[in-house]
Design a protein around this ligand. Structure first.
Ligand code: PMP
Ligand code: GLU
Length: 391
């Protein structure tokens, strides 16, 4: 079978690859604890499900406007008003099939062949492949654990070239959980704005932050530079709605129109029922979010406490999201381990724990743990690993 050349330039999403492998092993009867996929373990809150049921009962089951129903685009606007004190108008908002789809539409709408996109490393694993599919050129900018996995404006300025079209920021970060504070985020954006470089601010974890860290957003920079700054978010993580596929972005109305044209020629609107559910999520009470965040914080602390006794393993304390990104290169050279992929295979086979290799995020010294699982399950997984630590 002859497949298009572009497929030779990208790889399957490692999170889904490991997730599928873990499910297959479970079906074969192996006891596997899955700390690979990044999705909250909580059910979607009842009031959100009820809104979807109501949509079905009322026959709200047809095509909608491509960029999303007005009610949902307004609810997105109100979300920013509620959380950040600024309400973007409907024409600057596009609703897509998950934040992933919003980003994909964006790269297709923005990039010309050869445009350079600066991607700080470690990165969420889909960015480079999406950029490549859109004809762009990923330019990797490593930021290591000693730098707190944080990019500085000085380092960013040095990496820019005349071909730089765009910078991708993600705070809190998948995979590190590290966030910028508002001043740090603003400084990075300003560095781009002065050079006419676009910024994609992926804020899908903006509700999942642990005090004293606070939620940050590029929305106020968008207000002043809509032609350069675009903000991405979605319902998957904050409202435990991964399967509903609702994401959105706030951008320049012309860009939103272009992205909507792409969406109209590919996937059309997001599922009508899911859109009604998202209206309920964004405009309802957020105490369900606070409950989930409290559980994630407890699990983060539990995991860090157990791992603190693993000699040589380094793991910065995450301020948000629900991942730990641990440097486990201390195991290189032991039990035949030479890569992050080997570490994951080792723990999958010996401890029955599924993790994602850091190589998928651009850092082969590290391994990603998702702690979006029940406390007992997390404890068991780490104990199983502790029993077989390489050495
Ligand atoms: N950005 C980041 C950083 C993510 O971790 C994810 C995880 N799925 C997404 C975007 C997209 O999420 P979704 O498509 O489910 O909205
Ligand atoms: N973002 C989640 C993760 O990193 C879900 C999987 C994906 O979208 O790739 O695990």
């Amino acid at each position: 079978m002859k497949i298009a050349d572009r497929l030779s330039r990208i790889r399957p999403s490692a999170t889904f690859v490991v997730n599928t492998k873990a499910s297959e092993l479970k079906e074969q009867g192996r006891k596997i604890i899955n700390l690979a996929i990044g999705e909250p373990d909580f059910p979607t809150p009842a009031h959100i499900c009820k809104a979807a049921q109501k949509a079905i009962d009322e026959g709200f089951t047809r095509y909608t406007a491509v960029p999303g129903i007005a009610e949902l685009r307004q609810a997105v606007g109100m979300y920013y008003k509620r959380c950040y004190g600024l309400e973007p108008p409907v024409e600057s908002i596009l609703v897509s099939n998950g934040g992933k789809h919003s980003l994909f539409n964006y790269f297709l709408a923005l990039l010309n062949p050869g445009d350079e996109v600066i991607i700080p490393v470690p990165y969420w694993l889909s960015y480079p492949d999406m950029v490549i599919l859109a004809g762009g050129v990923p330019v990797f900018l490593p930021v290591n654990a000693k730098e707190g996995f944080k990019l500085t404006p000085e380092k960013l300025a040095k990496a820019m070239t005349p071909k730089t079209r765009l910078l991708i920021l993600n705070a809190p970060s998948n995979p590190t959980g590290v966030s910028y504070n508002q001043e740090e985020l603003n400084a990075l954006i300003d560095c781009c704005v002065t050079k006419g470089v676009c910024v994609a601010s992926d804020e899908i974890y903006d509700r999942i932050v642990y005090a004293p860290a606070t939620s940050v957003s590029a929305i106020r920079r968008w207000q002043h530079h809509p032609e350069l700054v675009t903000v991405f978010n979605g319902c998957s993580k904050s409202f435990s709605m991964t399967g509903w596929r609702v994401g959105y972005c706030v951008g320049h109305p012309q860009l939103v129109k272009a992205m909507s044209t792409i969406q109209g020629q590919s996937t059309s609107n997001v599922c009508s029922i899911a859109q009604k559910a998202a209206v309920a999520a964004l405009s309802g009470a957020y105490d369900c979010v606070a409950e989930m965040v409290a559980a994630f914080q407890r699990r983060r602390d539990l995991a860090l406490h157990i791992m603190s006794s693993w000699k040589g393993v380094l793991c910065p304390k995450p301020e948000g999201a629900f991942y730990l990104f641990a440097d486990m290169s201390c195991y290189f050279g032991k039990n035949g381990i030479t890569s992050s992929s080997d570490i994951c295979t080792y723990f999958l086979e010996k401890a029955g724990v599924a993790l994602v290799p850091g190589s998928a995020f651009g850092d082969d010294a590290c391994v990603r743990f998702s702690y979006a699982v029940a406390d007992e399950v997390l404890k068991q997984a780490l104990k199983n690993m502790e029993n077989v630590l390489p050495g």
